[in-house]
Design a protein around this ligand. Structure first.
Ligand SMILES: Nc1ncnc2c1ncn2[C@@H]1O[C@H](COP(=O)(O)OP(=O)(O)OP(=O)(O)O)[C@@H](O)[C@H]1O
Length: 539
């Protein structure tokens, strides 16, 4: 198992008993004060005179739709972005935060939306890299310290594992650990829960509450508003780079906060009709394959069918074989037996990703920068990369068509950017996700495989992506959603299953199951039953 389930459930219970998110405000000096912070990018005023203060021990949410300026603001606090104007006061004194190392010296830690870990180093080596000599001297043995903190906070981080072998969820826990090791006074979290399971989120909240009680301030960016109402003492809402509202989240509802952020869109109905698929379009047949990664998860006899006109959801704790399954289905890894995957009864296990795309498959990988899009390429060029047939004629690239396609996506999904020629890396995380989802859905694939379809996407845009997925399903496509967001899976999927240690559970109609059962399957309770059935069949 990749997390200590029992510990996290206990933490969850303690959390419930702890009750309301109230802050004991006895301090007078703010931990952090931002006064009129302004940041202009070419053609975009990302932060427009933002004023905000944060007390010791306060958990403060920074909210706003995609592109509102949240990441820019927190990067300013962490010394990654230099503001054009404005003052920063730290414990009442004016400071200039020139770099992340200045920020860390002050006691500011940050967990980014896009992680900043070196893949070829171990967890412990990565953490060591961001510690000053003074901090290192104070620690006897870093690996032991990581294990202690891991146990204490229920994070389950193994100091000896290589980062390239970790799933996104595990990498995020390493980032949090990196801050914990540094004993921070302000912890900034840019969408910390988007890839965690409910149990892991409870564990994380327990960590945050403990840190808050110890006087650590927390600045928390999230699009999951029920979490904000649950844990945050204060919230600041940004729109178009400006502060448009502030509130005490416990006195609000997710709907009322969403309204402050995006207007009436957020009040749309979020119950979707479940459908039953017709004929099998895609299947995985007894698919077993060892992982290419030294610490990866091998797939064990994975069996499922994906029908035309249905969405199949696969839930699971990060690191249980999701990456391996995605790679094998997409063709990024084509070591599988020819017959272990079929598309419209054609054997495709041996085909490369490009060939599978030509047959009508599309993918949205978990990692948007690097896998889903090339950071230094424009949106138009990124469109060209996965559009395998449309934009090449007589051996020539049809740039005008590619540009128009990119432009249509920008409009349809309200992608905030400076146009079709913006580099992928200049987009905010949620905007890039909207673009990638749109690019793949827009190809009208027969089979769409996607991981975390709305990771980092704001409420309004998530509704648009949901609708686009449902429309694609209703046109007869087969969709596989692999996600750690159980709520979203229950909302969208017509059938559900779970993956644990490379085993895939049975698939059931969503109406015939519930979060408890899927939670148990995520913990692997179905594996023994499957083994017994196989034994019975053999004897
Ligand atoms: N390096 C850059 N160059 C040009 N524009 C940029 C750059 N970085 C950010 N922007 C623009 O600044 C605006 C604010 O982006 P920011 O990443 O702060 O938004 P955000 O609120 O964090 O969004 P999300 O919720 O999607 O992460 C966006 O319109 C974005 O395209």
């Amino acid at each position: 198992m990749h997390y200590n389930r029992k510990l996290l459930l206990q933490a969850d219970e303690r959390l419930r008993q702890n009750g309301a998110n109230t802050l004991n405000k006895q301090q007078t000096t703010s931990r952090l004060e931002l006064i009129n912070i302004t940041k202009q990018y070419p053609g975009c005023l990302a932060n427009d005179s933002i004023t905000l203060s944060l007390q010791p021990g306060e958990i403060h949410a920074l909210l706003g739709e995609n592109g509102a300026g949240k990441s820019t603001l927190v990067k300013t606090i962490y010394g990654v972005v230099a503001p054009d104007k404005g003052d920063i006061l730290w414990d009442g004194k004016e400071v200039t935060i020139k770099s992340p190392s200045t920020a860390r010296d002050l006691g500011i830690g940050m967990v980014f939306q896009h992680f900043s870990l070196f893949e070829t180093l171990t967890v412990s080596q990565n953490i060591e890299l961001c510690l000053s000599q003074k901090q290192l001297d104070a620690i006897d043995n870093l690996a032991t310290k990581i294990c202690q903190l891991s146990e204490e906070y229920g994070l389950n981080v193994d100091p000896h594992k290589y980062v390239h072998a970790l799933s996104i969820g595990e990498r995020q826990r390493v980032e949090i650990m990196r801050c914990l090791v540094q004993s921070v006074k302000l912890l900034i979290l840019d969408e910390p829960t988007s890839v965690l399971t409910p149990q892991e989120v409870s564990g994380l909240f327990e960590v945050l509450r403990t840190l808050s009680k110890e006087g650590c301030s927390i600045l928390f960016i999230s699009h999951k508003l029920h979490e904000v109402t649950e844990i945050c003492h204060q919230a600041t809402i940004l729109r178009g780079g400006k502060v448009v509202d502030t509130c005490v989240p416990s006195e609000e509802t997710p709907a009322s906060i969403a309204k402050m952020m995006v207007g009436d869109l957020a009040e749309q109905e979020t119950q979707y009709t479940k459908k039953e698929g017709t004929h099998t379009l895609f299947s995985a047949n007894n698919l077993s394959l060892s992982s290419k990664q030294p610490f990866g998860t091998s797939l064990k006899k994975v069996q499922f069918e994906l029908k035309a006109g249905e969405i199949l959801g696969i839930a699971g704790v990060a690191g249980n074989g999701q990456d391996e399954l995605m790679a094998i289905i997409s063709g990024e890894d084509n070591r599988a037996d020819k017959s272990s995957l079929t598309l419209e009864q054609m054997e495709i296990g041996h085909l490369h990703a490009g060939d599978r795309r030509k047959l009508g498959m599309a993918y949205v990988p978990e990692e948007r920068l690097g896998r889903g899009a090339v950071p230094d390429m424009s949106l138009t060029e990124n469109t060209l990369l996965t559009h395998s047939t449309g934009f090449i004629k007589n051996g020539l690239v049809q740039w005008q068509e590619a540009k128009e396609y990119a432009s249509r996506l920008i409009k349809k999904y309200k992608v905030k950017c400076h146009g079709e020629f913006s580099e992928a890396k200049s987009l905010s995380g949620g905007n890039l996700q909207k673009f990638i989802m749109g690019r793949e859905i827009g190809q009208n694939p027969k089979v769409l495989i996607c991981a975390h379809p709305t990771w980092g996407v704001d409420v309004g845009a998530a509704l648009a992506i949901h609708q686009a997925l449902l429309d694609l399903r209703d046109q007869g496509a087969a969709i596989l959603l692999i996600s750690e967001d159980i709520d979203e899976l229950f909302l969208l999927a017509d059938r559900m299953s779970a993956i644990c240690d490379g085993h895939l559970s049975p698939q059931v109609k969503t109406q015939d199951t519930n979060i408890d059962q899927i939670g148990q399957w995520m913990a692997g309770t179905f594996i023994d039953t499957q083994r017994e059935l196989t034994q019975e069949a053999k004897s």
